[in-house]
Design a protein. Sequence first.
Length: 417
Amino acid sequence: MATAGYDENIWVMSMENQKKRKLQIGIAIAVLSAVALLLLVLVVVLMKGNAAGDRTVTEIAVDQTGEDEFDVTDNEDEEAGRFDVTGGGDEETDDQNGKSRSGAAGGGDEEADDQTGDGEDEWSVDRLKAGFETAIQYDKQYKAYISSREEAERKIREYGEQQRELYSNPEVTEIEKQMEQDYGLFAVNLGEMDVETARDIERAFAYMYREYPMLQGTLTNVSLGNLNGFTNGKIAITQVNEFIINEEFGVCPHVVKHEIILAASSFLNRDNFLKNCEQMAESGHWPEHTDISSVVVHELGHQLLNAYAMQQFGLQDPYYITEENEDAYSAYLTDSLSSYQEIPKQVLNEAYERWESEHPGEDYTTFCKEISEYAVGVQTDGGISYPETFAEAIADVYLHGEDAADASRKIDEVIRE
Ligand SMILES: [Zn+2]
């Protein structure tokens, strides 16, 4: 029972346990809650001209909300993420990049430079891969007995330090450390991204933690990661990940990370990312003026809803799960995993009622559409994701303040109360 080391084999075993348990217990773990993001519909929109016919809009809009309908797929995706490193999504993105405006602001590092501007010169699959992938591994799991909150925190911090050794990016590392301090994060790993992009991320955090102090202490990690195995086009996910498993999955005490993972394929490819933002905003799929910061605000919007749910369920110290907070944790997880998450639904319904009193007779879909197309939250199975509506509203308020859609402002009003 002594503290075990970081051992890959153990990790593999634990994954097998996990799979079984997931099916039995119905709790999805590894990738849970979350959310994700803004997706790739864009690819469809952008590539209309030359995309193969089999790419549909639905493929894009999948979010990692941890809702029932996605559990199985998410798990598969997650595994695919580990083994299928190349992933199809990048290619689409790359193509666009080749065509994108040249000389746009910039990629600080070598890889990014290759991609931007005159990509035609030295184009090769290997180069592209190198440019869009990070050395960081965000999804490892270990087996060990962790006997205190302090030790749990230390393990998460140590793991972040280990990841930091995989890249050398001093200017960005300064930002990482500052973010850890300012926002109570245990580990921030922005990896190989250029400093401008890191600053965009920092700006989003500064805004969100200032405006919604409830976020403090709910998130343990922010990391760049290769999300290629997820549904193509994932830009980011917000999730709960069981990091240190005690004997078996779910046995207390255990350690979970609450994290935002930023896709290397987007965050290491700044020019293309900005161009996508522009086009998604123009098409109305995302709010007007969407930029990298607002994409991160969207993700933090998911976390804000998570923070609110933690509060409602009385979940404290959400990263170290013991017999004391286990019930609250499992209530929190169960709601995150259910198709019709109660907490998000309550928030949205309350906001809708207030909005409807000023827009008599208008239905719920109209309410969502006022924010953005994506805010309608339609999922591949036709279900509706409340968290997407919520996150889009928060991003809209960030971008437009008083001029944000009435619907966004009502949602913001409810969560601030
Ligand atoms: Zn989202």
